[in-house]
Design a protein around this ligand. Structure first.
Ligand code: PFF
Length: 460
């Protein structure tokens, strides 16, 4: 089949635009909100090491595979998988792999938008000086009151969802590409400034020690699963977001080089976020394992005590919101592209429909922090004890659906697709680079995902 020239949804204006958009998708709440708190909960350095190994050995090769599949199929993940399966003489039911991803993206966005709403709310709180000279207890109680009131959370969730759907409705170049071109450089500059701040006023050495000194006694089987799941989550892999972005990529752009750049940028941002947050945590005797509220309980404290803190704090939460924004659009893009292709509706119609459904689903997450905070329906399983609906959604998507999607993408691109087709799709010569990619995707990814799954459920 050779690649089609362009997708019906449009195309990025250049390889660089794709790199920014994919980096925009990768860099998000996963880096600034989730990475620090799960690192905190799972004991630090050893967890970070497992995560880095997963990025290098699983993340980069799967990213290459997803971009390649997308560019070769040039449609939404569901239809791309179907077309490529037929091309390889296999069952069209491979389209369900695209379907699994679409559902995962939808579920993730339903809670992602709620958390992005927190960041949005904190933009205004910091700007109005709510945290000026606040004590650690004060900051904690502001956060506790905030998440206890569903109406407030609903308001911010709604606002963020509307922001997301407006961009998606405007299309590939007019919406997605325009947004990321401005956001990404700003985010990076801001992080550099904050690392500088943490060096001067936090307990930087203890922060670094926590982040980089591996104490293997602290990591559990489940911790390894969480690290692997997070490698998928942070690189936006396993659900078709990068695949659909790849379907808008012009031909003759190096997939390998671009994937490495995206993964490096994403990892750098996560580590820098850790270098900002942990020094502040330790300098103020806070708990690194305090869960999803971590950045909302630590950073306002730092901003409340630094010169110009209201300004920097506001800017920081604006940038967290922006990072989330450039990711949220990619979470829903596979579903929107699919609706346009299969139902023949306009892009605007598709965006509104998906946006409303996702918004409604977000109520489950909102209530997990207040009305349903004690609703932990899977308590009968030791593994899920005490987990709210939000915790379960996060676990199901990041730790099960994304690695499973990645596993199947690996199987498809290295076992089902013909060798020439994948080489042609990646535009690589038969040589060491291609052979290493194929080896990793053919053996390492599937075996690693299986082992981690089986160990997490204590079969081996
Ligand atoms: N990579 C995003 C983050 O780290 O915040 C989250 C995400 C976006 C996950 C898109 C999956 C995805 F398809």
């Amino acid at each position: 089949m050779g690649s089609k020239p362009v997708s019906i949804h449009g195309q990025w204006s250049s390889r660089w635009a794709f790199t920014l958009a994919a980096t925009g998708s990768a860099v998000g709440l996963g880096n600034i909100w989730k990475f620090p708190y799960i690192t905190g909960e799972n004991g630090g350095g050893a967890f970070v090491l497992v995560y880095l190994v997963c990025i290098a050995l699983i993340g980069i090769p799967i990213m290459m595979a997803e971009v390649m599949l997308g560019r070769r199929g040039r449609q939404s993940p569901v239809n791309t998988m179907k077309a490529l399966a037929l091309e390889a003489g296999q069952s069209p039911y491979w389209k369900w792999l695209g379907g699994l991803g679409m559902v995962a993206g939808f579920l993730i966005l339903s809670y992602y938008s709620v958390i992005a709403g927190w960041a949005l709310a904190y933009v205004f709180r910091t700007a109005f000086g709510v945290f000026t000279l606040a004590t650690p207890k004060g900051v904690d109680s502001i956060f506790a009151h905030f998440i206890a009131a569903p109406e407030g959370l609903l308001f911010w969730h709604t606002l963020f969802m509307v922001m997301t759907m407006i961009v998606v409705a405007r299309g590939v170049q007019g919406g997605l590409e325009k947004l990321v071109k401005f956001l990404m450089p700003g985010l990076f500059i801001m992080l550099v400034v904050l690392v500088g701040y943490a060096m001067n006023s936090g307990d930087f050495i203890q922060g670094l020690h926590f982040l980089f000194y591996p104490d293997f006694s602290k990591i559990t089987r489940n911790g390894v699963l969480i690290a692997m799941g997070h490698a998928f989550f942070t690189l936006s892999l396993g659900m078709g977001a990068i695949m659909v972005y790849g379907s808008y990529l012009p031909n003759h752009a190096s997939i390998a080089r671009t994937s490495v750049i995206i993964a490096l940028a994403d990892t750098l941002v996560a580590l820098m976020a850790g270098m900002v947050i942990f020094p502040i945590v330790f300098a103020n005797n806070l708990q690194p394992g305090s869960g999803p509220g971590l950045i909302f309980q630590t950073l306002p404290l730092a901003f409340g005590h630094m010169p110009g803190g209201a300004f920097f704090g506001t800017l920081f939460f604006i940038l967290v919101t922006f990072a989330a924004w450039s990711s949220s659009i990619s979470l829903i893009e596979p579903a929107v592209a699919w609706l346009v292709e299969n139902r023949g509706v306009s892009r605007i119609h598709a965006s509104v429909t998906m946006g409303i459904l996702c918004w409604l689903f977000g109520f489950l997450t909102i209530f997990s922090f207040n009305l349903l905070a004690n609703f932990t329906p899977l308590d009968m399983f030791e593994h899920f004890k005490g987990k709210t609906l939000f915790d379960l959604l996060d676990y199901l998507t990041s730790d099960i659906m994304l690695p499973l999607g990645g596993f199947l993408i690996a199987i498809f691109s290295a076992w089902i697709m013909k060798r020439e087709a994948s080489r042609d799709g990646l535009e690589m010569e038969e040589g060491l680079a291609y052979m290493s990619w194929r080896f990793l995707v053919r053996y390492i990814t599937p075996i690693a995902v299986m082992i981690v799954f089986l160990r997490a459920i204590e079969v081996i």
